[in-house]
Design a protein. Structure first.
Length: 162
């Protein structure tokens, strides 16, 4: 392994900070009996804590101290929350709420009547119809703008060729 003579006052790279974060994550998960499935969440919290406590940047010397540590720093123990990370039996889910139908925009064209379907399918159809109507209106406005730009360019060409 190659070693470098990096000064202790140099700012550490994000890879070094993530490495320390992962080291502390392992220690934090074991200390708090958190399932390893939550590794990513805990790792992000510890990384954020390290960055928050060192707003000017973590130095290379501080990183070396963190790597040599055998216990979690008190800062991390105090600031990283373990609430909601332990496996606990989940309560039964409540019945899903029905979504409110999307606001229908004024229709530009008359749509063909669809055969009657179940209520959820009808709400989906109304939402799709509203989207299609919106897209049609937007396309008409864009075409009008393009035509006005073309007219302006034609007038400019006439003036230049004059």
């Amino acid at each position: 392994m190659t070693t470098y003579n990096t000064p202790a006052t140099a700012i550490a790279s994000s890879k070094q900070i993530w490495a320390v974060s992962n080291k502390f994550t392992s220690m934090f998960i074991e200390a708090n009996e958190i399932p390893r499935v939550k590794w990513k969440i805990v790792s992000k919290r510890i990384f954020a804590t390290l960055m928050h406590t060192n707003p000017e940047g973590i130095t290379h010397g501080k990183i070396q101290e963190y790597f040599a540590a055998t216990q979690l720093p008190k800062v991390i123990i105090g600031l990283v929350k373990a609430d909601g990370l332990k496996d606990e039996p989940k309560a039964a889910k409540a019945a899903p709420k029905a979504k409110a139908p999307a606001k229908a925009a004024p229709k530009a064209k008359a749509a063909k009547a669809a055969p009657k379907a179940k209520a959820p399918a009808k709400a989906v159809d109304q939402g799709i119809d509203a989207r299609i109507t919106f897209l049609e209106e937007t396309a008409v406005l864009q075409m009008q703008k393009i035509e006005s730009i073309e007219d302006g360019l034609a007038q400019i060409l006439l003036a230049v060729r004059g």
